[in-house]
Design a protein around this ligand. Structure first.
Ligand SMILES: *Cc1c(COP(=O)(O)O)cnc(C)c1O
Length: 376
């Protein structure tokens, strides 16, 4: 039986056509018509003034932090419950990540704990340069509350919407709230360019700077002239061709991922002690990955690992939820404001196969096997 992945690339009708166009017109370069078109699709879809396509989400976050002035010795407050790439670019900037735990409704950064952390850090004399908010698994963070904290202290928010293209908070796209938002088109995301990312912003100056420094910061002159440090972070016109085709099918991809979530929920409804991350009022998740939580009152701790191993023998990929960054050895020296939420989620949660290319019968089979392992 072929492997059932958590989330694998799912191509539509036209990706190849746009890539072939790039070949036939010899736009095999980090710029070209596919890049321009893809950026317009992204900004129109998310409702921001402009999008700059880049070669990864990590690169996009690095530029966002750097261009918002994050410097050596600054503190950047970052959601702890996330993938490490939300925080690595803080280190690239020479800044100090300080981790903030999540709240139970969305699993994203807790606005109250964030406010306490800011007050505490300010008291310690730290300069807080930015806040990294993540919309994890596609679930929007509480942007109203977070924006209020951001405004109160005058600290910009950067949204890591790598997993949340298509998610909405009060009908506004994730990635469009902060000073800057970032997207990822890595192979496992809801749409992919084989590898890529984007920076979103309403700030035209920030966008212009992003275009400039992402392409080696070449100043206008007949020779190569540089007055600042540049990066080689642009997305190629080949990859943008894939992205162009993927944007055409994004609404279908979201619909399918949401249907998969509903299928798991219905299929496991009879199992006492398994719960799902529900959408609070006004929040719309793209349901990038469906996750289940095993209540410790019903299941032994470690159930997720025995279940994962059982499904692995059937060539079904599952994975624990993100290991909180405050538990990562690489960040062992970083400060954390911990309320226990992400520690508990990591100990009791599992991500299930959620790719939009998985059929109803495959999902049904995963449900049957989960129940079988639990003796149901
Ligand atoms: C995938 C991901 C990133 C990094 O994106 P890349 O394009 O792989 O560099 C950052 N943050 C989160 C939350 C992600 O899931």
């Amino acid at each position: 039986m072929s492997r059932i992945w958590l989330s694998s690339p799912h191509m539509g009708e036209n990706e190849k056509k746009y890539v072939e166009e790039a070949f036939s017109t010899n736009w095999v370069a980090p710029l070209g018509p596919n890049v321009d078109f893809f950026e317009k699709q992204l900004s129109a879809y998310t409702g921001v003034n402009a999008a700059v396509s880049l070669n990864s989400g990590t690169a996009a976050l690095h530029l966002a932090l750097s261009l918002l002035g994050v410097n050596q010795g600054d503190v950047v407050l970052c959601q702890s419950f996330t993938f490490a790439a939300s925080a690595f670019p803080i280190i690239y900037c020479g800044a100090e990540p300080v981790f903030i735990d999540s709240e139970a409704d969305t699993w994203n950064i807790d606005p109250q704990l964030l406010e306490q952390a800011i007050e505490d850090q300010l008291q310690k004399g730290k300069k807080i340069a930015a806040i990294v908010v993540v919309h994890l698994y596609g679930m929007p963070a509480k942007m109203n509350e977070l924006n209020a904290v951001s405004e109160k202290f005058g600290i910009p928010i950067i949204e890591d919407a790598a997993e949340a293209l298509g998610s909405r908070y009060n009908n506004k796209a994730c990635g469009s709230f902060g000073k800057a938002g970032i997207l990822s088109f890595n192979g496992n995301k809801i749409i992919t360019t084989s590898g890529g990312g984007a920076l979103l912003s309403n700030d035209e100056i920030l966008i212009a700077k992003t275009r400039h420094v992402s392409a080696q910061a070449k100043d206008p002159a007949p020779y190569y002239l540089h007055t600042q440090v540049g990066y080689n972070y642009r997305l190629s016109n080949i990859c943008a061709g894939i992205g162009r085709g993927q944007m055409e099918v994004l609404p279908e991809r979201i619909e399918k991922r949401r249907a998969i979530f509903e299928q798991y929920k219905a299929g496991l409804a009879s199992v006492e002690g398994i719960s799902f991350l529900e959408e609070p009022n006004g929040l719309f998740s793209n349901r990038w990955l469906t996750t289940i939580i095993f209540d410790e009152n019903y299941f032994k701790l470690g159930t997720i690992e025995t279940l994962r191993q059982y499904l692995e023998t059937l060539n079904i990929e599952t994975r624990p939820l993100w290991k909180p960054l405050h538990q990562q050895p690489v960040f062992a020296n970083c400060q954390t404001y911990n309320n226990g939420v992400s520690d508990r989620l990591f100990a009791t949660g599992l991500c299930l196969p959620s790719g939009s290319n998985l059929s109803e019968s495959i999902i049904e089979n995963v449900i049957v096997e989960i129940k079988k392992h639990l003796g149901l």
